[in-house]
Write a protein that binds this ligand. Structure first.
Ligand SMILES: [Zn+2]
Length: 402
């Protein structure tokens, strides 16, 4: 039996699995403190679902695809695709417990042609029955691909899996970001972060990592929409910004790079930065679309709480590398409530690359050399994080091993 887990907010939550052969309401029970559990009895609906547990690893086959779970690690792997689960799969009472995001996020992503997750209705929909049932050969090859999983290590990075990063250059269009009082050449924040974002994309691609930008030109994208770029095929979300202090002599002395992950702001300074970046909201014309529905709140809660661990580690590694090349000094890892980070469904960080109100930082940020150094350092930090991530997944470990 398989159980699904999520943080419990409502006492009688259900997840509906809707297939052409019938609907299946999954009941919710408490498990391991704040968790939702639901028995997954697939046979009546004709879902091809098989489960095998061996050592510290469990495999679940669904729709011809093998999902590999490492027990007590918050990830699932299907072929080269990685799903962050925000909770650890585990076994108790002869039952395999899987975090709910496996069903709500991972299955619809890996089996996009067959399943769709409707967050508002809290249901997994199987799309119209396949025209022809997959042949045995096709199923077998998919399963083989899934088991084979990781390729040889990339000669530059040592990474074995395919990773996708979304880079978010802040502000744009009518929102200039901070005006850059001490940035040469009349550059403002939106120009600098776009330049650094593009260079970061190039640095990641050079390291064999797929990277895309939320904006490639001087346009404005709503804060709530930026995170949506990091949903299906995305491992990490990295937002790039430039800091500023209020006018005044003290303000001009403040310099350095700092990296944020999402949480409630803890200090006055962290609050100032969050307020400044969230201020882009006033340039936006549309209100955010619909409420997420009851399960949406559960998943949102999961995301806000459980991704913190991964986001904090990513922030630490990126900050370490960026501070190493920055003339303004190391302001460390910070936490604050950035709206742009709440909508990414993956580990997400925001790098404040330096102070436009400080002459040394300003000159560094405006120079091609400075921008290159920053982009390269951030890329190195991302690679360091992904290497750890792959080690946790036990990528490359012998099949069936522990
Ligand atoms: Zn900004």
């Amino acid at each position: 039996m398989i159980l699904l887990l999520a943080r419990l907010l409502l006492p009688a939550q259900t997840v509906l699995i809707a297939t052409p052969r019938g609907h299946w309401a999954v009941p919710v029970v408490m498990e391991r403190g704040a968790a939702v559990a639901a028995p997954l009895l697939a046979r009546p609906l004709g879902l091809t679902l098989t489960v095998e547990v061996g050592g510290s690893r469990a495999t679940v086959q669904l729709g011809g695809v093998v999902f590999v779970f490492q027990l007590d690690a918050p990830f699932a792997r299907a072929g080269a695709a990685i799903c962050a689960l925000v909770g650890d799969p585990y076994i108790a009472r002869d039952t395999l417990f899987l975090p709910l995001p496996w069903l709500s996020d991972c299955v619809p992503r890996v089996l996009a042609a067959r399943y769709r997750w409707d967050a508002a209705a809290a249901r997994l929909e199987e799309l119209a029955a396949p025209v022809a049932a997959p042949t045995a050969a096709a199923s077998a090859s998919m399963a083989t691909a899934a088991v084979a999983g990781a390729g040889p290590p990339n000669p530059i990075t040592g990474l074995r899996l395919h990773h996708v990063i979304v880079i978010d250059p802040g502000h744009g269009g009518p929102d200039p970001g901070n005006p850059g009082r001490h940035v040469p050449g009349g550059l403002v924040e939106k120009d600098i972060v776009l330049a650094v974002g593009r260079l970061l994309r190039a640095e990641l691609i050079r390291r064999g990592i797929t990277a895309s930008l939320t904006r490639q030109t001087d346009t404005l994208i709503d804060l709530a929409d930026r995170g949506a770029f990091c949903r299906a095929q995305c491992d990490l979300f990295v937002s790039i910004h430039v800091n500023a202090m209020p006018a005044g002599r003290r303000g001009e002395r403040v310099s350095g790079v700092e990296t944020y992950f999402l949480s409630d702001a803890k200090t006055e300074d962290q609050e100032r930065v969050a307020k400044m970046e969230n201020d882009a909201l006033r340039f936006e014309t549309e209100t955010p679309a619909g409420t997420p529905g009851p399960l949406g709140y559960i998943l949102r809660d999961l995301q806000l709480n459980e991704y913190l661990r991964e986001s904090a580690r990513l922030a630490e590694l990126v900050q370490g590398r960026a501070a190493g090349v920055h003339p303004g000094g190391d302001r460390g890892v910070q936490q604050a409530g950035f709206m742009v980070l709440t909508t990414a469904r993956r580990p997400a960080i925001l790098v404040e690359t330096g102070f436009a109100t400080n002459p040394i930082d300003g000159a560094f940020l405006a120079s091609a050399l400075g921008q290159h150094k920053l982009a390269s350092a951030i890329a190195d930090g991302i690679v360091a994080y992904l290497l750890e991530f792959e080690r946790k997944l036990a990528v490359g470990a012998p099949a069936g091993g522990g």
